[in-house]
Ligand binder design. Structure first.
Ligand code: NDP
Length: 464
């Protein structure tokens, strides 16, 4: 890099500040989107100083503007025969390196700003996977909790009746996210097939009998643990015997616990939006099987864990508290796997005070900007979401490849590919961080490496 011309000193900062102000002005009341853009721009300053061509081509203006935003009405009948109306979204953010790809989230908190932050993050994450996938995200403010299977089906069918006009196996391939698992993907796939009269790989996370991939349900959690292991290797350490905090108790959390057990670690916490459990003896395979049955079949609350396993402690969520009880438990590793901004500055300080060595993010943007800075300053091994949780979308990419070839790989084959992808992502982030003068800062490594591939593809493709 030493042959690069001497950059104008503040060019990167000036350009990012200017565009960040523009993003805030054009997208008011979208704080999560601003936060995600701010974090990426902060990392990109040295890149923009070395590459004035990105400024000339207005890459930052273009990369923060979705290629297309779809917002639509989703009407459906509940079990009492009453009309319900939700709002549906799909953000088609960037297709420079492949068809739009990213999950659908069904949760009452869903709004345009949250989905734009998720779609923006997805662009860089997908770029890091080494696979040809653009970035998108979608969902609805529909809450599947407390709904019957028939209500969920009617909602999914209505949602897909509109969405099916905009997606396709070579255009936009949605997957699951919070509130969207195998059940919801099944209902949406069925409706797409019926309306379009096509059996195609238009969604990922499908059932095994109808085009799904082995290891896709496990992939985000497994990948996040593989990433943590790679980070530890740089300090000649392993997960063996490490006490681990996991938040959430959904798809990502469950398979994070499973892979931690495979690698000899000791997971001790789980949570849901009502509260958290702490099991000092460790969550073993039998206890995990109980959680999977509780969450995936009975759709119950995590508090039930303590009725079954009496030595575990439950703490109800207290929204008035300035920190999260779970992150104040002494541990070596933290795997936030529930939702955005679940670790604030106080939580980060608590984790650091208690000696945390590794934070590997299963959820998307679970740490606030202040928490991220605290981890980096304290030299904690910190795996940012867009790198650490990329195993899910990477395996969705593998599902698309199998669908295109009309074949199915074995469990071992998919897991091996996932593992190699996570090693490659870590290596890319690690080396890029070093190359741009911030060794060990995987936030910079992930943002810069993810950006370069997309930005260069945008330059190649002209002004579109
Ligand atoms: P699930 O719906 O399976 O589980 C979500 C879990 O997080 C539940 O335990 C839920 O509790 C909890 N949760 C959700 N929202 C909140 C909230 N506002 N406050 C407290 N707890 C909350 O989702 P996933 O496991 O699929 O997703 C978890 C995270 O991982 C998300 O950030 C998602 O974007 C990210 N992710 C998921 C991928 C995937 O492949 N599934 C891929 C990459 C990232 P409750 O049931 O009470 O709502």
């Amino acid at each position: 890099m030493s042959t690069v011309m001497e950059p104008p000193k503040k060019a990167g900062a000036d350009y990012t500040n200017q565009i960040l102000n523009l993003v805030k002005a054009k997208n008011p009341a979208e704080p999560e989107f601003h936060q995600a853009v701010m974090e990426v721009f902060e990392s990109l300053r040295p890149v923009l100083e070395r590459h004035p061509e990105y400024h000339e081509a207005k890459i930052l203006e273009r990369i923060t503007e979705p290629e297309r935003v779809l917002m639509f009405r989703v009407p459906w009948f509940d079990d009492q025969g009453k009309v319900q109306v939700n709002r549906g979204f799909r953000i088609e953010m960037n297709s420079a390196i492949g068809p739009y790809k990213g999950g659908l989230r069904f949760h009452p908190s869903v709004n345009l700003g949250i989905l734009k932050f998720l779609a923006f993050e997805q662009v860089f994450k997908n770029s890091l996977t080494t696979l040809p996938m653009g970035g998108g995200k979608g969902g609805s403010d529909f809450d599947p909790k407390g709904k019957s299977d028939n209500e969920v089906m009617r909602f999914c069918q209505s949602f897909m009746t509109e969405l099916c006009r905009h997606i396709g196996p070579d255009t936009d391939v949605p997957a699951g996210d919070i509130g969207v698992g195998g059940r919801e993907i099944g209902f949406m796939f069925g409706q797409y097939k019926r309306l379009r009269n096509e059996f195609t790989g238009v969604l990922t996370g499908k059932g095994l009998a109808w085009g799904g991939s082995l290891i896709r349900p496990e992939a985000t959690g497994y990948g996040c643990v593989y990433f943590a292991n790679e980070m530890l290797k740089t300090r000649k350490d392993t997960l063996e015997g490490k006490v681990c905090l996991i938040s959430g108790s959904g798809n990502v959390s469950q398979y994070t616990v499973e892979k931690l057990l495979d690698l000899g670690a000791k997971p001790v916490t789980l949570s849901d939006s009502d509260g958290s459990i702490y099991d000092a003896d460790g969550i073993d395979r039998d206890k995990l099987a109980f959680v999977m049955e509780l969450k995936n079949n009975r759709r119950g609350r995590i508090q039930e864990y303590t009725s079954k396993f009496k030595k575990a402690i439950y703490s109800a969520t207290d929204k008035k508290l300035d920190h999260n009880w779970l992150w104040n438990i002494k541990a070596d590793c933290a795997f936030p796997s529930a939702t955005q901004n679940e670790i604030n500055a106080k939580d980060a300080a608590n984790l650091i005070k208690n000696g945390v060595k590794v934070v590997s993010e299963g959820a998307n943007m679970p740490s606030t900007l202040e928490a991220t800075k605290a981890f980096l300053d304290a030299k904690v091994l910190y795996g940012p979401a867009k790198a650490a949780n990329a195993g899910g979308v990477a395996t969705s990419g593998l599902e698309m490849a199998q669908n295109s070839m009309r074949i199915s790989w074995t469990r071992e084959e998919v897991d091996d590919r996932l593992h190699k992808i996570m090693i490659a992502i870590h290596q890319n982030c690690y080396e890029t961080a070093e190359k741009y003068g911030t060794p060990g800062n995987l936030v910079n490594g992930a943002n810069i490496a993810g950006f370069l591939k997309v930005a260069n593809s945008m330059l190649d493709q002209g002004l579109v």
